[in-house]
Write a protein that binds this ligand. Structure first.
Ligand code: AVJ
Length: 319
């Protein structure tokens, strides 16, 4: 069925991947929180995929438009022999927009969701028989190494979707600094960054009418119920997303509909009515603000593409 897939299991349970530790620590904190990377179990990845198709969620289709138009420029800047490394590859759809123009010798998809990663990279290997396809299941928010075949081989890292927005700005800079260290001397980073814009557009994107973002947010609680010993009731929480303009970020929360006690792995946690569990920040940047951040991490901003409405940006950063 599919061409050979080179699979690298780089999961490290001791380093940030345990849902149990995250929930026990995050529920004990004030305010309560769980990191957004825990959204992406199989169901969560599917729901995210569906968010990307919602009419209100402009980032995906806008970035795809930008990439389609910029593919030849990107290929020219990156050069012919660049090995492509995608962080958070998900359904590996966006990279398809680059493959024909770039024609890289090899591709590595890195994602936290194993099943999803396997399925999508196998499809890629089938559709692009000339491409050497690798997949690594890893949490890229933790320190990592590139597999040997990629190390020091003129890598072009591809970090689309404004996933960088999940980090606080200082974490984002530290993350970019790590990535800078990971890339060989002549490497580059192609990164998608959502832009600051009016509240209406932003809040609509995280409160789609079909309720898919709400289901995505609430799936975190379903996941806790499925994977941990817990009596948490997803129905007793509601989705809330709003633009915190002072912090330049969308915040997502799960708000307790009533006063309740929730049991997780033998521990009990009290939620007041209206108390929120903070599940995600999604930072929005100006072009200059992001360039400063990238420079602070050691990168040299080389090129920039945006859409006519200025909704989204794609930066090429030179190592
Ligand atoms: C994948 C982190 C970029 O912040 O827009 C979409 C995740 N959350 N809708 C984003 C998300 C709610 C998404 N990122």
């Amino acid at each position: 069925m599919s061409a050979a897939l080179h699979f690298h299991d780089q999961r490290r349970t001791e380093a940030g991947l345990s849902l149990r530790d995250e929930v026990l620590a995050g529920f004990a904190d004030t305010p309560k929180h769980v990191a957004p990377k825990f959204f992406y179990d199989r169901r969560g990845s599917e729901l995210f995929d569906s968010i990307c198709r919602q009419p209100e969620y402009y980032p995906t289709r806008t970035e795809e438009l930008i990439l389609r138009r910029a593919a030849n420029d990107i290929a020219e800047i990156a050069g012919a022999d660049a090995s492509l490394v995608e962080l958070g590859s998900g359904a590996s759809r966006k990279v398809r927009l680059l493959l024909e123009a770039l024609h890289p010798p090899r591709y590595l998809g890195i994602d936290i969701s194993e099943e999803f990663l396997r399925r999508s990279t196998e499809l890629l290997a089938t559709d692009y028989p000339w491409l050497e396809v690798h997949a690594a299941c890893a949490d890229f928010s933790q320190p990592m190494r590139l597999p040997e075949d990629f190390d020091g081989r003129h890598p072009l890292a591809f970090f689309p979707g404004s996933s960088i927005g999940n980090f606080d700005p200082d974490e984002a800079q530290a993350f970019l600094g790590n990535l800078h260290g990971l890339l060989a001397e002549d490497g580059g980073l192609l990164i998608g960054v959502d832009l600051r814009k009016d509240r209406r557009t932003l809040e609509a994107a995280y409160n789609d009418r079909a309720g898919v973002t709400a289901a995505f947010n609430l799936n975190l609680l379903e996941r806790i119920r499925r994977e941990l010993d817990s009596d948490i009731e997803p129905d007793s929480f509601s989705h809330r997303a709003f633009y915190n303009e002072a912090a330049s970020r969308i915040e997502m929360h799960l708000v307790s509909r009533r006063t309740q006690e929730v049991r997780v792995e033998g521990e009990r946690f009290r939620f007041a009515e209206g108390e929120s569990l903070h599940t995600e920040n999604s930072y929005k940047y100006s072009v200059d603000g992001f360039r400063d951040l990238a420079r602070g991490a050691g990168f040299r901003p080389l090129a920039l593409w945006t859409d006519p409405q200025g909704l989204f940006s794609v930066h090429y950063l030179q190592r």
